[in-house]
Design a protein around this ligand. Sequence first.
Ligand code: ADP
Length: 162
Amino acid sequence: MAVAIYPGSFDPITHGHIDIARRACKLFSKLVIAVVANPHKNPLFTLEERVKLTKQALREEGVSGIEVTSYDGLLVECARIHGADAIVRGLRANSDFEYEFQMALANRDLAPEFESVFFMTAGNYSFLASSMVKEVARYGGAVANFVPKSVEKALREKFPAK
Ligand code: ADP
């Protein structure tokens, strides 16, 4: 069975990401989550924090057997290093499609040996995005339904109650 790499900012990891990872695990013999070092999104958590939180969150949710790594530069280089056959991404609403389509075509151009595979979001996570979770946490809202406990705690530390 094939090896897959699931790249993203994971700033921070949410139940939406975990759901995709859990489902991808069933299709691939090995799944590597690759946290990107320098997303253009100006991350709230440092790369080290995002990797640590991702590992903690997976452990907490009982998802085992996933390797968590980080990369800086081209995804296809990271995919090559890990011997991946496929690139896993998640799709929520229409708004994800344009970007994912562009990235998939660019990656195919750069490295045709990798197949991009898309997992449709679970209905109950279709609205869930790291950016939304950060916004809610920033203003003191409850994020317990969106992220595992360790991530909730880390968000509280970033945004202490006033
Ligand atoms: P990036 O900055 O690379 O988009 P993200 O951490 O925001 O990184 O997302 C990584 C991948 O996970 C993307 O393919 C995104 O569409 C997917 N994803 C994020 N949240 C969800 C969710 N709630 N349901 C399904 N897919 C999701």
